[in-house]
Design a protein around this ligand. Structure first.
Ligand SMILES: [Zn+2]
Length: 767
């Protein structure tokens, strides 16, 4: 800004000041006016004079059609212009893309193509009126994010072309019009304003529903219908007034045109929240929950490639219903029923049965009706979710030995109960039915998904069945659908927290979080994204699976089977005007190359790698034939991490370590000078050990913490990377520059009483 202003000549400055003072005068006239139609003839001449232009037209966005209609224009030659939202006309294109354009000569096809490949000038207006259009500025008139209409200005009086300053001026004029005349253009300020105005709901109720929607991952529109008992039509009317497009509710009779999106991944559509509801390649009608989200609108047009588009606004849950989202309710697992009762019931039934062979066939055919088995599986899922288990293992045993169910909690497996051998097949069959797998197929591994509903909350599970010598076993991974963790909860050391926050505020570059599977990389990345998730940043993520969701992020689920890989997602994002990109993993050459390129062209890129340490990550990536100089240039930092179990706060016991134990720790820490500062007098050092109580299932441990190793790409580090240095050289320099290793960070957390040495040894090579 400062340089642009200093380069401005005095004359330009003078003109700007003049424009501003004239704009103020126009604004004053407009503000005093009763209606837009009345005031425009009064200010038109002044506006044209300010812009040094021949003509102007103001378009309004039509409410029930995807078209724009001229509301006011200079001259009396043609009464009304109606244009579809498409690149077939300049105004139609600006309305569609919501991006301002400045065109020097509308008859020059090349300059049109430089804006958009399909952009055309609609000559019919010139042909009918006899007016010859030359140069054009067209800018959207918006109120907040809602498109109200357009301001189009034609032909600079001096016969020349409009300047960038003219475009800026037109923008300011459009802003004044949008602010004053939002009601003339029939817009409301928020999607539910109409309901508020009519006093159907109160502001407080709306706030409550917003909170609830966030907590339960439901849309506010849906909650207004379910909790406030309004009809979808009533909510729809309010949405129509705000978004200025017709409302459409879910109806099972509607046959959606599946052939149009047969190449698209359903989970992609679900996470993007739109669905084609009618039409064909020529003209398609799209239902979307936010027709003002023009990034998504542009994306729809990119992936569908139809001739023309119309949009309808819908309730998010209705869109998901069109996409076949049907979730199984596990509510029937009554809250009183507990696992041992259910197992007991199974055992009772078991007594009545003699021959095992006959039983299993009988059960396999009666699975759906066997309510005890159904309740047992439901309860299993509900309990696993309540205990924060990450996985449920259902494991058949040999012969008549009961099958074992284990939950993985905080990274460690724990047996939770046994299922009578006679019923394990029924339980597995039930799990397969819930995850829509082939129950007749018992010889091959299968993968599926369960979306279970419990008390208004959806629990998602990824299911894998694997045949073993004792019969089929099943592993259910609980997808931790949830909100991002606040950054402060990551338990980063002071230096690591400060440096991370500093690095991720950069406008571009690559930041990597690395570690083995289950080391909490996704949690960390989402906490970081949450930290920089501001309305002025466009953030795209491609993940597999999408576990954590955040408002404000555009999250995409990749599906490698149909070719929608991380690399494909990354390329799609680059066409979708991103500021920040999270790419789930940089496992291959293609993804890492595009990632580096994206960061060098002004984007902030986040990703993960399955490497053991921060220094190793660099040599691994260079092994994918990245250019060392480019990569060094792009890199901001690498955060390696592990999750270490923490001691139960309720029962951990203080003790003074022996001299031998202290020496062991000191050796593992490997930096006596720093350790002395941390510990002070070793004889007064107090550590904690695990004991066990009812709160921690008698394990002595509860929860996990991250331990971290942050390598910062300082100028010196960049030079070292650029000359393809060895891991040892990179580590040496990083430690000189203040990096603590994973083991050191772990020991510092042990010294703080958060964990013990046993757990650290399990997650690092130290000890
Ligand atoms: Zn405890």
């Amino acid at each position: 800004m400062a340089t642009a202003q200093t380069q401005m000549t005095n004359e330009q400055l003078q003109q700007n000041l003049e424009f501003q003072s004239r704009l103020n005068a126009v604004m004053k006239t407009i503000h005093e006016a009763e209606s837009f139609v009345k005031v425009l003839p009064i200010v038109e001449k002044e506006m044209l004079d300010m812009m040094q232009a021949e003509r102007l037209t103001v378009y309004q966005r039509g409410r029930h059609e995807r078209e724009i209609v001229s509301k006011y224009k200079t001259g009396k030659d043609i009464k009304e212009i109606r244009l579809p939202l498409s690149p077939a006309s300049i105004a139609g294109f600006v309305a569609m893309s919501q991006k301002p354009v400045k065109i020097d000569n509308v008859y020059d096809k090349k300059s049109l193509a430089s804006i958009h490949a399909q952009l055309r000038f609609d000559q019919s207006f010139d042909q009918r009126s006899g007016f010859r259009t030359r140069s054009v500025i067209c800018v959207p008139i918006k109120f907040k994010e809602t498109l109200l209409g357009l301001l189009q200005i034609m032909n600079r009086l001096d016969g020349g072309t409009f300047t960038d300053q003219d475009l800026k001026n037109a923008h300011e004029l459009a802003a004044v019009i949008g602010q004053k005349f939002q009601y003339d253009f029939q817009a409301t300020q928020g999607p539910f304003d109409y309901l508020l105005h009519r006093k159907i709901i109160t502001k407080e109720q709306l706030e409550e529903l917003k909170k609830k929607g966030k907590a339960e991952n439901k849309s506010v529109a849906y909650l207004i219908v379910t909790d406030m008992k309004l009809s979808p039509e009533e909510v729809g009317e309010s949405l129509e007034r705000y978004y200025q497009v017709p409302f459409l509710k879910f109806s099972p009779e509607v046959e959606i045109p599946r052939q149009l999106f047969k190449n698209l991944n359903i989970s992609y559509l679900k996470s993007s929240r739109w669905v084609p509801v009618a039409g064909n390649e020529d003209k398609v009608i799209i239902l979307i929950d936010d027709p003002n989200d023009f990034n998504r609108i542009m994306e729809v047009q990119q992936v569908l490639n139809c001739q023309s588009y119309e949009f309808r606004v819908g309730i998010r849950e209705d869109i998901l219903a069109f996409l076949g989202e049907g979730s199984t309710s596990v509510q029937e697992a009554s809250d009183d029923a507990n696992i041992s009762d259910l197992i007991g019931r199974l055992a009772d039934e078991d007594d009545e049965v003699k021959a095992e062979e006959n039983v299993s066939d009988a059960i396999a055919s009666a699975t759906e009706s066997d309510s005890t088995v159904i309740q047992l599986v439901n309860k299993l899922i509900v309990d696993a979710s309540a205990m924060n288990a990450s996985d449920i293992h259902v494991e058949p045993s040999k012969g008549k030995t009961p099958a074992v169910v284990r939950f993985r909690i905080d990274g460690a497996c724990r047996e939770v109960f046994k299922i009578p051998a006679s019923h394990i097949r029924a339980v597995i069959a039930r799990i397969k039915i819930m995850s829509r797998l082939d129950i007749a197929e018992r010889r091959k591994p299968q993968d599926g998904k369960i979306a279970a509903k419990y008390k208004g909350k959806t629990i998602e599970l990824r299911v894998a069945t694997i045949p073993t010598v004792n019969g089929e076993s099943a592993v259910l991974r609980v997808l931790a659908a949830g909100d991002a963790l606040p950054f402060e909860y990551l338990n980063l050391s002071e230096r690591n927290a400060e440096e991370t926050q500093r690095l991720v505020q950069r406008p571009h570059g690559i930041f990597l979080v690395v570690g083995p599977t289950g080391s909490g990389k996704t949690t960390t990345l989402h906490a970081i994204l949450g930290h920089i998730n501001e309305p002025d940043r466009k953030i795209w993520t491609a993940e597999d699976p999408v576990e954590i969701t955040q408002a404000g992020l555009q999250q995409v689920q990749t599906q490698a089977q149909i070719g929608f890989t991380f690399a494909a997602a990354l390329r799609a994002f680059l066409r979708a005007d991103p500021d920040v990109i999270l790419i789930g993993e940089m496992r291959d050459q293609e993804t890492s190359h595009i990632g580096v390129e994206a960061s060098l062209t002004g984007h902030l890129v986040f990703s993960t790698l399955h490497t053991n340490s921060a220094p190793e990550t660099i040599t691994r990536l260079l092994g994918l034939e990245l250019d060392p100089i480019d990569f060094a240039d792009a890199l901001l930092g690498v955060l390696a991490q592990r999750l270490m179990r923490t001691l139960c706060k309720d029962c951990k016991e203080p003790y003074t370590p022996t001299e031998e134990e202290f020496q062991h720790i000191a050796h593992a820490y490997g930096n006596d000078e720093r350790l002395n500062v941390l510990v002070g007098d070793p004889s007064k050092l107090q550590l904690y050990k695990a004991k066990g109580c009812s709160k921690c299932g008698n394990t002595g441990y509860k929860g996990r913490t991250g331990i971290h190793e942050l390598l910062v790409a300082t100028p010196e580090m960049k030079k070292t990377i650029a000359r393809s240095a060895t891991i040892a050289e990179i580590r040496e320099l990083a430690m000189q520059q203040g990096m603590t290793t994973l083991a050191q960070d772990g020991i510092e957390k042990i010294l703080k009483g958060q964990a013990d040495f046993n757990q650290l040894r399990k997650v690092t090579a130290e000890g």
